[in-house]
Ligand binder design. Sequence first.
Ligand code: HEC
Length: 154
Amino acid sequence: MRRLLLIAAAGAVLASGAIAQEEDPFADAVEMRHGLMLQMATDLGKVGAMAKDEVPYDAAVAGKAAANIAAIASVLSMDQFPAGSEYQKSADSFALPAVWTAQDDFLQKIADLNTAAAAFQTAAATDLDSLKAGMGGIGGACSACHKAYRQPEE
Ligand code: HEC
């Protein structure tokens, strides 16, 4: 019965042309990349607060946050960006079509993030001055990709 209801609901959604989370074949991929991005943002926030002297520098916490960013960067690939899962085609996606039309450059941006994250991992765990000096590199790797491949939220 529940199955029939689901099928009926699916038909209604398709008929109305709406993108519903349940019917969107890319919902899982979009959710996955959002989770990875949000974790990186959380970790970047931790080191950012130290860089801005909002919280005291803690080498262990900074090193762990930077290690997390490096680990997540190594996971990023086209696996989380299946073709078609773009802005206005897939629910919740802010990924611009250029991700797929300029895929080589997009992959290069992922590689650049990995390079920046590896350097930042050493810097963040060294001392506060090194962490501060390294912030531009890691933050720049995030924003370089967002500028080209992410639709800004209105
Ligand atoms: C290779 C490209 C690329 C890099 C590098 C990158 N991002 Fe993203 N990011 C994206 C794209 C594309 C989106 C939009 C994804 C979507 O909405 O489907 C995004 C979305 C996000 C979001 C929004 C997530 C949500 O729930 O809507 C956050 C936060 C974010 N990125 C943080 C970061 C941080 C922090 C870094 C660096 C440590 C980073 N990103 C590096 C491409 C990148």
